[in-house]
Design a protein around this ligand. Sequence first.
Ligand code: AHR
Length: 329
Amino acid sequence: MKMSVVGRVGAAVLAVAACGMLLASCSTSEKKPADGEKKTVVGFSQIGAESDWRKANTESIKAEAEKRGIDLRFADAQQKQENQIKAIRAFIRQKVDVIAFSPVVESGWEPVLQDAKKAGIPVILTDRAVDVSDPSLFETFIGSDFVEEGRRSAIWLAKKMNGKANIAELVGTPGSAPANDRAKGFREVIEKDYPEMKIIKSQTGDFTRAKGKEVMEAFLKSPEGKDINALYAHNDDMAIGAIQAIEEAGLKPGKDIVIVSIDGVKRAFEAIAEGKLNCTVECNPLLGPQLFDAVAKLVAGEKLPKRIVIEEGVFDETTAPKELPNRKY
Ligand code: AHR
């Protein structure tokens, strides 16, 4: 079918307008580079794949990089700081535009961050913080407030237990920011306001299901085991492992032992629906969009706020069922 000149001009105008609308609907930072245009190169050092939270975090970062046409150099450190340091050194040699990483532990980063600074490569921290004396060694830290998550867990548990409990604590990876801060926030609340909330057992379960189960088994077999009536797990995976140990010991998780954990992964919502977990305090792993917004701003020469905090909620038997169908991770 032939089109008149007016028709062709009209169609062309409409096409241009549609393109304009399409471009306007995604912000400059979300645009993929055009053919031949230089891609932004980002080196990301991930801790590993220890939990459902971490897997969702990795997925969010990879998917967002793909969506924006970022050249992402991704390295999995398998829980080892030395592997993260090696990866960061490799990113420096490759002269990437931005380095981002989730530090497995808080201390020991100064030398490698100084090398990045000398090379003029900006560094973004995601999820976990580092303990350094010179704050100019990183541009921003995007992540949750772990101390607040510890406080929220304690407040919820104290209310549920009417201010009186013998608590077993499954701690995260030793030396990591979430393990340090979640322990701190929880203690801050019970020591100040609830003298009858006692932590009678505390040990690391390294943020994994297998370790959570193993340590909970040992807690239950210990002389104090029969007194435990509450569990505070620094993440959902350890709580899920502990639930198995509690059932194998002939007890009812969620009833004989009230359980609060942190993350808010789908499996935790399912465990709440089954009556085996009582509460999960949210820690959002979907950091990809914020990370690459920050990268785009750095590349455009903009200054970032030193801290970008993620907003999060608390879900228990009363609120989790409504949220379960919306959970993406
Ligand atoms: O740093 C965030 C913590 O790391 C999550 O709570 C935990 O599940 C993960 O492995």
